[in-house]
Design a protein around this ligand. Structure first.
Ligand code: HEC
Length: 225
């Protein structure tokens, strides 16, 4: 938008003014070009305002589809603008733009809550047996729920615990594969010791620690045959 103003609209204006001052008849093409760029800018105003405010609304940015959402917002700005432009210029009443806007908006809402694609669940059967045996244990579901409930506010790709900005020690405990892979660390730090959660910040119960011990030891013991 700025480039349109500084590189096209204003220079063209200067050419026209200079022509008029010198008594020449200005070439109308300068006006036409400037008008076209100004129309482009007019269609861009709503998306720009939206993007300026959007950092207040996680629905617009707390997803990895932000770039698609941003692109759709531009289209939506254009469809809304087109309705008002046509209406104000009395060149028509394009109500179809409402439908387009609504469809784009629903698409944006859907993208905003769509599950992340990069963190697709790893195929547990692809894990080496030394890891997958922890995921196959009968009590794994319970363990997994406990760990995601008590640990993943910090040990996550995007931790939600205040002050924790990335997974401590790079240890993520979100997917089943991650929990199975970290079995020994979980067992030692939260099952045997009370080192995790730090100061028991997430109120882990004693029977949850017992469950982790039982899970880990059960798998290891069965491995010994
Ligand atoms: C409040 C945030 C928080 C919670 C909740 C939390 N952790 Fe941690 N965790 C940390 C921090 C911070 C460290 C790094 C500690 C250090 O460097 O001394 C850490 C380190 C660890 C480590 C050491 C990693 C390594 O590579 O040595 C393990 C294992 C661990 N946590 C497991 C767990 C488990 C299991 C839970 C849930 C039962 C849990 N944590 C819950 C913040 C947390």
């Amino acid at each position: 938008m700025t480039a349109n103003v500084f590189m096209i609209i204003m220079p063209n204006q200067r050419i026209v003014v200079a022509d008029l001052q010198a008594g020449r008849k200005p070439d109308p093409k300068y006006g036409k070009i400037a008008k076209q760029r100004s129309t482009h800018n007019n269609y861009l105003t709503l998306p720009v305002i939206f993007l300026m405010l959007s950092n207040h609304y996680p629905l617009a940015f707390a997803t990895q589809y932000t770039w698609i959402i941003g692109a759709l917002v531009f289209l939506m700005g254009v469809s809304i603008r087109h309705y008002f432009n046509s209406n104000h210029a009395r060149t028509g009443n394009p109500t179809w733009t409402w439908a387009v806007t609504a469809v784009i908006f629903i698409l944006i809402m859907w993208l905003s809550v769509a599950p992340a694609m990069s963190r697709a669940e790893e195929d547990l059967s692809a894990l080496p047996p030394s890891v997958s045996r922890f995921a196959q244990a009968a009590d794994f579901d319970q363990v997994y729920n406990t760990v995601t409930g008590r640990c993943s506010m910090c040990h996550a790709e995007m931790p939600v615990y205040p002050g924790i900005n990335w997974a401590p020690h790079g240890l993520r405990l979100e997917t089943q594969a991650e929990v199975a892979r970290a079995a020994r660390l979980i067992y030692l730090q939260a099952g045997r010791a009370h080192a995790m959660p730090p100061s028991n910040l997430s109120w882990m119960e004693d029977d949850e620690r017992a469950l982790i011990r039982q899970w880990y030891q059960g798998v290891v013991d069965s491995g010994r045959g």
